[in-house]
Design a protein around this ligand. Structure first.
Ligand code: SAM
Length: 219
């Protein structure tokens, strides 16, 4: 499930790298992607000329949508997987959107302190083991400007027994240790531990694989 890349390891977009090429249709059909990504962008309150990071941007869908809606923002997308970044760059080029996509790990972000106004992240934190989650929250806190905000959409505490049952599929694909904090609703607590304030839990979406929850926090 996890894969070597440079000196680190990561869980690819659909758990296995050979599934990456079907990521966009799978996510589009199963996660109410349009709705929750629209809600995430609305929650983030982007405005020119903000510096925005899409953390673990995958195929770039969120970064491209953010740039389309806010052309005056500088959008950077980072992901551990070179192969998925190729897809992201191809999609941005096709749309004529200038987005800086680069390879890197969330646990060691290649950006200076206090660089970004907003960090966005969708469908990502459940890929990280508990230690990597903590490190990543600290790194995000470091690269945000004072007053800057983190906005997350990821699997949250299931809203019903049905949502809990459906989420087992994601756990089989992406791993049980990675996803435990998500399913226990612990992301807000981990954000606070990393120094975020005004941590909130926002909208929730029932999907074919569990409850998608929005969170936010401020530096
Ligand atoms: C499920 S995909 C989500 C992609 C995109 N954010 C979206 O909403 O469609 C998770 C992404 O996290 C990336 N990833 C996993 N571990 C990472 C890490 N430690 N640092 C950066 N990216 C990572 C994977 O390569 C994959 O592209």
């Amino acid at each position: 499930m996890s894969e070597e890349n440079s000196s680190d390891k990561f869980v690819p977009a659909l758990g296995f790298s050979w599934l990456t090429r079907i990521y966009d249709p799978v996510v589009g059909l199963t996660t109410r992607e349009q709705r929750f990504k629209s809600a995430l962008l609305a929650q983030a309150g982007l405005a020119a000329p903000m510096e925005v990071l899409d953390l673990a941007c995958g195929t770039g869908t969120l970064a491209i949508r953010a740039k389309r809606q806010h052309p005056g923002c500088e959008i950077t997308g980072i992901d551990a997987d070179d192969r998925i970044l190729k897809i992201a760059r191809g999609k941005a080029k096709k749309e004529g959107q200038a987005i800086n996509f680069q390879q890197g790990f969330s646990t060691k972000l290649p950006f200076r302190d206090r660089h970004f106004d907003r960090v966005l992240s969708s469908l990502f934190f459940h890929h990280l083991l508990p230690d990597a989650k903590q490190l990543t929250f600290r790194e995000v806190h470091r690269v945000l400007k004072p007053g800057g905000q983190l906005h997350i959409a990821d699997w949250g505490k299931p809203g019903s027994f049905l949502m809990r049952g459906l989420f087992y599929f994601i756990q089989l694909l992406d791993g049980f240790d990675n996803t435990r904090d998500n399913v226990q609703g612990r992301l807000p607590e981990l954000m606070r531990q990393a120094g975020f304030r005004n941590v909130t839990t926002g909208r929730e979406f029932s999907t074919m694989f569990g409850t998608m929850t929005l969170y936010s926090g401020q530096k």
